[in-house]
Write a protein that binds this ligand. Structure first.
Ligand code: UTP
Length: 292
């Protein structure tokens, strides 16, 4: 029996420079894909996977994320007075329970590895999920749920991967594919960050969902700056992989990088087209636009 995955870290302290000026005063995680903020979409994925405690590593200008997951007393009273039952039910459904969220500040955006390390005391000595909110995973079944299922069978560390064209492997962290566990995962033989063209061990790219053992924190504590002058999670994962097994879980849905403008716009179109209440009318408008 492997220790259960109860907690998930959401690093949301990045500056979102690719989305300026939208992100000057507003966190990119609060930009909406259809009618839900990006961060709500990934929290939905974590809750579907059975995660009990949501840990947000925030920074300056990010307090609105904390407000979003809090009860909005005045709003709820007004909705009650106006008889807006549907809206009230939706808010209640999305509301994490009391004590089920934690917020800590990264203080300085020193890199993803540093952001994860900032959550060490809240996570404690147990394996945890790490969810990069920018990367929306859109499929019939949540990516994290599938990963936790695979983890429960074999333990260890897991990363979700997706297939990218050979011409793009130099833009991602790429894993080597070893033996299949027969339980929805495969053994990872190597991990290479942005391999030069023609040297990638496969076309399976790390997509932004992880299950990590707590030993990663000691490695992150000692981790020096890496690429881009930032403390890189990948550098510590490579060290952890010398001592512990890593597995890959292939995500076969669509992945949108909402931290980039094209990814964000495409996600909006894809999520709208997947919604029964919006798709018919939206499709008509899209077709008119494309005909111009
Ligand atoms: P990104 O590099 O995609 O995010 O980091 P960014 O720095 O906000 O975006 P750009 O490149 O300037 O537009 C991946 C994830 O790691 C978090 C980000 O919030 C994002 O979820 N992150 C990154 C931190 O929490 N802290 C950091 O120091 C760096």
């Amino acid at each position: 029996m492997h220790k259960p995955i109860r907690k998930a870290i959401f690093p949301v302290a990045g500056l979102g420079t690719r989305f300026l000026p939208a992100t000057k005063a507003m966190p990119k995680e609060m930009l909406t894909v259809v009618d839900r903020p990006v961060i709500q979409h990934v929290v939905d994925e974590a809750r579907e996977a059975g995660i009990e405690h949501l840990i947000f590593v925030t920074g300056r200008n990010k307090h609105v994320i904390e407000d979003h997951f809090d009860v909005q007393f005045e709003l709820e009273r007004t909705l009650t007075e106006r008889g807006k039952r549907h809206e009230l039910e939706m808010l209640a459904h999305d509301q994490p329970g009391a004590g089920a969220t934690s917020f800590t500040r990264q203080q300085l955006p020193l890199g993803l590895g540093h952001a994860v390390w900032c959550a060490r005391d809240i996570v404690g000595d147990e394996p945890f999920a790490l969810v990069l909110p920018d990367m929306l995973h859109h499929g019939n079944r949540g990516c994290l749920a599938k990963m936790i299922e695979a983890y429960n069978e074999v333990g260890g560390n897991h990363v979700a991967v997706f297939e990218v064209p050979d011409s793009q492997t130099n833009q991602y962290g790429i894993v080597g594919r070893g033996k299949d566990t027969g339980k929805g995962a495969f053994e990872i033989t190597e991990m290479v960050e942005k391999p030069p063209r023609g040297t990638a061990p496969s076309n399976l790219a790390i997509s932004g969902r992880y299950i990590l053992q707590p030993e990663i924190f000691d490695l992150l504590a000692k981790q020096g700056k890496g690429a881009g002058g930032e403390i890189q999670l990948t550098d510590s994962m490579l060290k952890l992989a010398e001592a512990q097994p890593f597995y890959g879980v292939v995500f076969d849905g669509k992945i949108y990088d909402t931290g980039s403008k094209i990814g964000f716009l495409t996600a909006n179109v894809a999520y709208a087209l997947a919604r029964d209440d919006i798709a018919p009318g939206f499709r008509v408008e899209l077709e008119k636009l494309l005909k111009r």
